[in-house]
Design a protein around this ligand. Structure first.
Ligand SMILES: [Zn+2]
Length: 200
């Protein structure tokens, strides 16, 4: 196994959250919704959509495109799907949208975790999330979980992000948690174990 359990959880979390991230981007494709800069005095008519957001959401074939622009979510996912299909001898699946691509990729996380390229895979997927947050920064509603300590570091640093099923230990420098990540089921089992221990 080349990556740890938390690494796999991170990948699963990213794939389960990406469709929500894409919906958020799509909702903010009109300029001005998040204070995107607009050049005053420009003689050109304002572009009705944000091209940076658009290019993240679509697979744009444009060889002259600015290479420093944000990565395309579907293009990135497709390239990994193609690679996994090649390695596993599978036919390329018909996946109509980002949500379908993510659920397909979710079923291959376990297998991918043992590949030498798993680090690149994780980095690129995490990069999509970061790029999306960078383009349309949103004040994420974070719900701290104060009454349950982290199963790894025992610190009361767990939190849940709105729209996500995952519970994370805050590894921010100021908080000092360990970055542990749990699915809703894993968290539920952790709470049950704590309750069990208390009643014994
Ligand atoms: Zn922790």
């Amino acid at each position: 196994m080349l990556i740890c359990l938390v690494g796999k959880s991170r990948l699963r979390r990213d794939f389960s959250d990406l469709p929500t991230v894409a919906r958020w981007l799509a909702a903010h494709i009109a300029p001005g919704t998040t204070g995107g800069e607009r050049v005053s005095g420009s003689r050109e008519a304002p572009v009705p959509v944000r091209l940076d957001v658009l290019s993240m959401l679509h697979h744009v074939h444009d060889p002259g495109r600015d290479q420093t622009g944000p990565p395309s979510i579907p293009a990135t996912l497709k390239s990994w799907i193609r690679l996994i299909c090649e390695h596993r001898g599978l036919g390329y699946p018909m996946l109509p949208d980002i949500a379908a691509m993510c659920s397909w990729l979710l079923t291959h996380v376990e297998w991918a975790a043992a590949r030498p390229w798993i680090g690149d895979f994780m980095d690129e997927v995490a990069g999509l999330r970061r790029a999306a947050h960078g383009l349309v920064p949103w004040s994420v509603a974070v719900e701290p979980i104060v009454d349950v300590p982290c199963p790894k570091c025992d610190l009361r640093a767990l939190f849940r992000t709105a729209g996500s099923d995952w519970i994370e230990c805050d590894d921010d420098e100021l908080v000092g948690g360990c970055g542990h990540l749990m699915s809703r089921e894993e968290y539920q089992r952790h709470v049950e174990r704590l309750l069990d221990a208390k009643t014994k």
